[in-house]
Design a protein around this ligand. Structure first.
Ligand code: NAP
Length: 309
């Protein structure tokens, strides 16, 4: 089968012909129609997580997939051949940017029927990250005020919609070119991060969802009420700041979840949430796809099609 593989840290992914993966009993074989790019891919490709995630090279790149079940593992229930599914694949060697991917049933959900495979591929990692950060860690409830940084990105664009669906009031930071976009997703207050300091224009909030880390995370303590919460998916807070401000701080790394992905799929299926797809590249153009995703010019997800090559 064809796959995008990383042969050495520091390299770009390249297309190669490799064997189909082995199918474990707890997994299904998915004929992948589309995979999506996430920032963690290029962090891994650069070798920055080699100690934390010691992948064997060559590694099939990609965590997200949308496709069709073509084989079901012996101990797997709940999925049948022909089902359209999507997932954030777990497991050390689980790569999704390949014609076939063996994915644990516990990571899979049925794909919503009203979106394409390319749109669906961009949902699992970003969507589960947003869901877990807002609700599991942030305990966001109706009537609360939440600040979502980077609302125009893959994670932020879904987070805005989840928070609005939960009945929260939402402020978001993004660049001026994406004002209409984030307001269209439901944001109540837009802040252009390049011309305004969010702490100068925001009233105190119950929750901040941070995905920038560094200075943005440190300044976020100025907009949270005492007793409020900050969840960051990009780093740790400066020492002592959370205690000094009486703020709960959580650093979160997302986990795959079939149950939560099924809840997200239901919101998409009923039209409450719509995923934001920037563009779709053919597998042969995988290096260009990564260049585009990394450039900061993409608005929403960049997908790679495994059926157009
Ligand atoms: N811990 C985890 O489990 C986890 C999971 C997923 C992602 N992440 C991390 O979360 C981050 C976001 O991921 P993503 O997939 O959403 O990335 P993305 O789709 O590339 O989006 C990044 C967004 O950041 C915005 N941005 C850049 N500088 C900003 C600033 N100073 N203030 C506010 N927004 C700014 C850009 O908005 P404009 O285009 O409007 O300028 C862009 O939309 C990445 O660093 C990723 O590594 C962590």
């Amino acid at each position: 089968m064809k796959a995008a593989i990383l042969t050495a840290y520091g390299n770009e992914p390249e297309v190669a012909e490799i064997d189909r993966p082995f199918l474990p009993d707890d997994s299904v074989m998915v004929k992948v129609h589309a995979a999506a790019i996430n920032p963690i891919d290029w962090i891994i490709m650069a070798g920055h997580l080699a100690e934390m995630l010691p992948y064997q090279l060559p590694w099939i790149v990609g965590y997200d997939a949308s496709g069709v079940v073509v084989e079901v593992g012996a101990d797997t229930v709940g999925f049948s051949i022909g089902d359209e599914v999507f997932a954030r694949a777990d497991g050390m060697q689980a790569g999704t940017m390949a014609e076939f991917s063996a994915i644990k049933a516990s990571d899979l959900a049925l794909k919503p029927g009203n979106i394409s495979h390319a749109e669906a591929a961009g949902v699992p990692l970003a969507g589960l990250t947003a869901w877990q950060s807002l609700f599991d860690k942030g305990d966001l409830r109706a009537g609360q005020r939440v600040v979502i940084h980077a609302g125009s990105g893959g994670v932020g664009s879904l987070a805005i919609q989840f928070a609005k669906h939960a009945g929260a009031w939402v402020a978001t930071t993004a660049s001026a070119r994406n004002k209409d976009l984030v307001e269209g997703l439901g944001a109540d207050q837009f802040i252009d991060y390049s011309s305004e300091r969010f702490e100068d224009v925001l009233e105190p909030c119950d929750l901040v969802f941070d995905m920038l880390g560094g200075d943005t995370l440190a300044r976020s303590f100025d907009v949270v009420k005492p007793g409020g919460t900050i969840v960051s998916i990009k780093g740790d807070a400066p020492d002592g700041l959370a205690a000094a401000r009486n703020v709960a701080f959580h650093s979160h790394f997302m986990q795959p979840s079939s149950e939560q992905l099924t809840e997200i799929a239901a919101l998409i299926g009923e039209g409450t949430v719509r995923p934001l797809l920037d563009s779709t590249f053919a597998l042969e153009d995988v290096a260009a796809a990564y260049d585009h995703a990394r450039s900061g010019r993409a608005t929403g997800k960049v997908a790679v099609s495994l059926t157009e090559s």
